[in-house]
Design a protein around this ligand. Structure first.
Ligand SMILES: *[C@@H]1O[C@H](CO)[C@@H](O)[C@H](O)[C@H]1NC(C)=O
Length: 306
């Protein structure tokens, strides 16, 4: 009986405090906000998360998610990035390949473990980076991620020098579909190209696919070619690598590597194909289809399919 009375009294007192205008203003001042720093971890932004996870590894947070707890968990597992999403979710990784920066106001869910902090929202991840962590090397394949992380992508050619535009790349058939040796190459597919929907490339482990076609090993001086032949094996020498051009070595669109190289791709004007711009692996002089000196060296950037 006594306990019941005390509870009632406390409840009454609480109602009175809430009704008090001073208490109201204190409450407003304590609206949850984005924690900007947590020890050596710095807030990097509110990012869109969709399809393939922008950070790949999820961990449970005993006691409820908060910036302090999630960054501590990621730190304990040796990761340099931590992400808070949907209030309760804590994600970690060494590299963020697909981050699209959104407005801070998108990340609006209160943290279950600390109601003064925000913990992302649906498809929105608050990302922290450990300023003392070592970023992954641009020479190393991003193989620590799930093999299915990169199966739904678009490729873009990024000029290595100058200020040329970034160009979307397509898989262009070079012979009739009815040909048993039907194959495609990677090209910019200029205006008038009938295959403008052929731009979904995927890395299945270390095999780069264009739709159902499998890649041949790259030939020096030739276009990167794919075949639809069912007996083809598919060259397994591809991988994504961290983007060395990005201002943040932990965040960026990965670059396509083949046979250990990200730096041998070039865009060449194909003189026998109406001046179409084709991707060539390590251009050579005296090629029947292009003039090497007119080729433009490019990186091939891997971006999410949309
Ligand atoms: C140039 O076009 C021809 C005909 O479509 C094609 O076979 C060849 O692979 C293309 N690219 C290069 C670099 O030769």
């Amino acid at each position: 009986m006594r306990a019941f009375i005390i509870t009632l009294t406390l409840a009454h007192l609480y109602t009175q405090i809430l009704a008090n205008p001073l208490a109201q203003s204190l409450k407003t001042r304590q609206a949850p906000g984005i924690k900007q720093t947590v020890g050596t971890w710095l807030y990097k932004g509110c990012y869109k998360d969709f399809g393939p996870r922008i950070l790949a590894f999820r961990f449970d947070v005993p006691g409820g998610n908060s910036a302090e707890r999630c960054t501590a968990i990621c730190n304990g597992h040796g990761y340099g990035l931590a992400g808070l999403e949907y209030g309760s979710e804590c994600w970690c990784d060494n590299y963020m390949p697909y981050g699209q920066l959104m407005s801070d106001s998108d990340c609006s869910f209160t943290c279950p473990g600390d109601n003064t902090e925000l913990c992302g929202a649906g498809n929105r991840m608050l990302v922290y980076q450990d300023s003392t962590a070592t970023p992954p090397s641009p020479n190393t394949c991003i193989t620590w991620r799930d093999a299915s992380s990169f199966i739904n992508n678009v490729l873009q050619a990024v000029p290595k020098s100058g200020s040329g535009p970034i160009t979307k790349l397509y898989a262009i058939p070079t012979n009739p579909f009815t040909d048993p040796l039907y194959y495609t190459i990677i090209s910019t597919c200029p205006a008038g190209c009938p295959y403008t929907d052929y731009y979904n490339f995927g890395l299945y482990g270390s095999v780069l696919r264009s739709y159902n076609s499998l890649p041949y090993a790259p030939n020096v001086g030739d276009s990167q070619a794919f075949t639809s032949q069912s007996s083809a094996v598919g060259y397994a020498g591809f991988c994504p690598k961290p983007n060395p051009l990005s201002s943040n070595p932990f965040i960026g669109y990965p670059l396509l590597s083949v046979s250990g190289h990200t730096d041998l791709w070039s865009l060449c004007t194909n003189t026998t194909a109406g001046g179409r711009q084709d991707i060539v692996y390590s251009p050579v002089v005296n090629h029947p289809h292009y003039v090497k000196s007119a080729c433009q060296d490019v990186w091939i950037q891997i971006v999410p399919y949309s």
